[in-house]
Write a protein that binds this ligand. Sequence first.
Ligand code: 3PG
Length: 210
Amino acid sequence: MSDACAKMKRLVDSVRVIPVIVIEDAKDAVPMATALLEGGMRVLEVTLRSAAALPAIEAMARALPDAVVGAGTVLNRADAANAREAGAAFAVSPGYTRELGLACAEFGMPLLPGAVTASEVMTALDDGYDFLKFFPAAASGGIAMLKALGGPFPGVAFCPTGGVSSGNLDDYLSLPNVTCVGGSWLTPAELVRRGDWAAVTALCRSARRG
Ligand code: 3PG
């Protein structure tokens, strides 16, 4: 197994739900992470989809040593390097490339790469990654597809994201090859806009499992 994969597994060992964050304003970073942590969410994925993402990762990691703050939407070696520089504890990618797998191994950076087809799973497995993000989960066949992948790949664990919510979280978590799930439903744009951090904490408490 790749060391970047083994380290990723250790980071999320007892974690069942990972908030996937899109942050538009870096000033929201610390209050948002505080609210998530308060709600029992310890591992946080900040997606590199906005200019505020890297400064947000830096601010969260500095202010909240109890949180494990990683970068999502890491697409290539440069993204992984930037995330590491900002203090990200891990990287998540929607898919997998050998370039990214090798870069994270070289950086000693835990990586959760994405795969949804048998060929993609095989490519990631070839490079030692057997803990994979399953994205976009709902659009890629959801529960039925994860069950089907469990046949040929009994040793692969998945973290589905994309269409996971409070309504189907337990269905995903009940699958033997799903160790955790992720999603943006814990940080709804409207609550973030209003700065309603108490509501974010309440959402996290109700989504907390394990
Ligand atoms: C991700 O990057 O994991 C997804 O964008 C999260 O998908 P969701 O918004 O459907 O939770």
